[in-house]
Design a protein around this ligand. Structure first.
Ligand code: ADP
Ligand code: MG
Length: 562
């Protein structure tokens, strides 16, 4: 189909294939693959029809000017082996009528003016990529105008266009910052709500689960109430998941991050995904072999993959392909401005589907909590809000690129870890302790302002063989500690009236330096740092917990060295 190469210096548009009027042929000079993808994504989103050829070298640039017949040139300013200004000079010589737009990081005002003086059509900053589509449309429009209008008219037009351009730019910037602010406010409100709910709610669930657990075990196998108790437990566990989801969305989930390789998490999840997504969906993964580590909570990373994969499944009701990709790249401004992140090395998890894609209107709202396009009962609208919350909590970001009828790609970015992670990961290995139905010994003090919790913890632990004391506040607890030198372990709530768990532990430690401690809470805000991160030295049980988890942690803590 390609026409033979013609001699240069003919009327520029005589070289163009017939379809050029509707479909742009874009020659893209860009050395960073991720950037080229994003630029194409932005053009697609703006409704521009095009085919693009992506090149990096001078040789390729010269060749494609003759062979690809671009109707538009997009060029980065500096490349490893070539530079934008030389490209501009070549283009001006070979194809003087073809619009040439620089798409580049900041280069300073003087260089920018220089490009325009040398005949560039426009200069779009990668940090302001939303200007690209208006700029391209204008360039194409202006080129059409040029061929039709007289020179004098063109001058007036240019002034108008310039004005429009400036207004459009301001509006863009304003909209961008307003949207970001709205999202931040919403998350803050959810965080507060979630925190309040989680604290009280998890206390209730703790009792339900802990009592239900015991009753279930005590019932004979054919007891008619067995099923009922099972239902109660199942619902309580669902409730616990809901509070977790709510906390994650507000970026307040308690997390225990450790150095990890996202490839491991993806591989672990793949089997489960195959089962959940069914046979009509093919799963492909492209994992970067030398992927940098990140500092994150593995459970949260599973959650990110699951939420995105389930959305992908819903978008492919007739089947399709799900692609899981990982990569680590030092990202430049283009990418980072899209995700609102500082410069640095990032690990990217990219999840693509060949599904329905989304309209621009839907794309603008997907991260809103409770926004869903699914029928009632099918969607909660919490999936992406959760992913967003997790990305933010881990100092990361998220970028979406979607094209109607073609599919969607989500890219989640996490800062890469540069420390020595080997040491840390060894330290994190949990001790293996059997928690079978064996009896144990030891003396424990349980402190919680919720009497119900103290009561049931005493029962559970006593049943296991421990000697257990209970207190409802810090002052009582200290008295008991004084009177009973046999106490080896303190299990304490965090948020309590009067003395909180942390203060109690400090005082107790002065009294008894060898005393071990476990904190438990449904919303341990006072234990966690600003980013919601649990300090390493703290042993923590998240309410609501299962009795087996309690036994395991108590056994591990008692046998650990102080
Ligand atoms: P839910 O899945 O419960 O609707 P989410 O927050 O996970 O909530 O997603 C919000 C909306 O974003 C979905 O209802 C859907 O319209 C859109 N969406 C998310 N992921 C995709 C995807 N991969 N393809 C198409 N649309 C998607
Ligand atoms: Mg979802």
């Amino acid at each position: 189909m390609m026409k033979p190469v013609r001699i240069l210096h003919l009327e520029d548009h005589a070289n163009e294939p017939e379809s050029a009027a509707q479909e742009l042929r874009i020659l893209m000079l860009e050395d960073v693959e991720e950037d080229a993808e994003l630029i194409e994504c932005e053009l697609q989103k703006g409704g521009i029809r095009f085919v693009a050829k992506h090149i990096r070298t001078e040789k390729a640039f010269r060749e494609e000017l003759d062979q690809f017949y671009p109707t538009l040139i997009l060029a980065d300013f500096s490349l490893p082996s070539f530079d934008g200004l030389s490209a501009l000079a070549i283009a001006k010589e070979k194809r003087p009528q073809t619009p040439f737009i620089f798409v580049s990081g900041a280069i300073g005002e003087e260089s920018a003016i220089e490009t325009l003086k040398n005949g560039a059509t426009d200069y779009v900053l990668k940090q302001r990529l939303s200007r690209l589509v208006p700029s391209v449309k204008r360039a194409v429009h202006e080129k059409e105008e040029r061929t039709q209008r007289l020179k004098g008219q063109e001058e007036i037009l240019r002034l108008n266009v310039d004005l429009e351009r400036r207004v459009a730019q301001r509006t863009d910037e304003l909209e961008h910052s307003q949207a970001a602010l709205r999202q931040a406010h919403k998350l803050q409100a959810i965080g507060q709500l979630a925190g309040g709910v989680a604290h009280d709610f998890n206390n209730l669930l703790q009792t339900i689960i802990s009592v239900g657990d015991v009753v279930e075990k005590d019932l004979s196998p054919d007891d008619p109430h067995r099923e009922d108790i099972g239902d109660i437990l199942q619902m309580a566990r669902r409730g616990a998941l809901l509070t977790k989801q709510l906390l994650a969305m507000g970026g307040r989930q308690t997390i225990q991050p450790r150095p990890l390789n996202l490839n491991d998490i993806v591989s672990e999840t793949e089997n489960l995904l195959r089962r959940i997504l069914g046979e009509d969906i093919t799963i492909l993964s492209e994992l970067a072999p030398d992927l940098a580590f990140i500092h994150a909570d593995p459970t949260q990373m599973h959650q990110v993959i699951m939420n995105l994969a389930l959305n992908a499944r819903d978008a492919m009701p007739k089947g399709g392909t799900l692609i899981l990709k990982t990569s680590s790249t030092p990202l430049d401004e283009l990418f980072l401005s899209k995700a609102d992140l500082p410069m640095g090395l990032y690990v990217i998890l990219s999840i693509s589907d060949t599904g329905t894609g989304m309209t621009k209107e839907v794309q603008e709202r997907i991260f809103e909590p409770f926004f869903t396009t699914k029928e009632q009962g099918k969607g909660t609208g919490l999936g992406l809000a959760t992913v967003y919350g997790i990305a933010k909590q881990n100092n990361g970001g998220i970028i979406v690129c979607s094209h109607l009828a073609l599919g969607t790609t989500f890219k989640v970015l996490f800062p890469a870890l540069v420390n020595d992670f080997n040491k840390a990961s060894k330290k994190d290995q949990p001790m293996k302790i059997s928690t079978e139905e064996t009896q144990s010994t030891g003396t424990i003090l349980v402190v919680d302002d919720e009497a119900m919790i103290v009561k049931h913890l005493i029962r559970r632990l006593t049943k296991k063989g421990y000697t257990v004391f209970g207190a409802s506040d810090g002052a009582d607890a200290l008295k008991l500690l004084n009177a009973n030198p046999a106490i080896q372990l303190l299990i304490s709530d965090v948020v309590m009236p009067g003395m909180n768990g942390r203060q109690l532990q400090e005082k107790a430690h002065k009294l008894r330096p060898d005393l071990k401690a476990i904190f438990m809470s449904g919303y341990p805000e006072e234990l966690i740092s600003e980013q919601g991160v649990m300090p390493h030295e703290i042993t923590f049980l998240e309410k609501p917990f299962e009795t087996s988890a309690l036994y395991k942690m108590v056994a591990e803590t008692l046998t650990s060295r102080a």
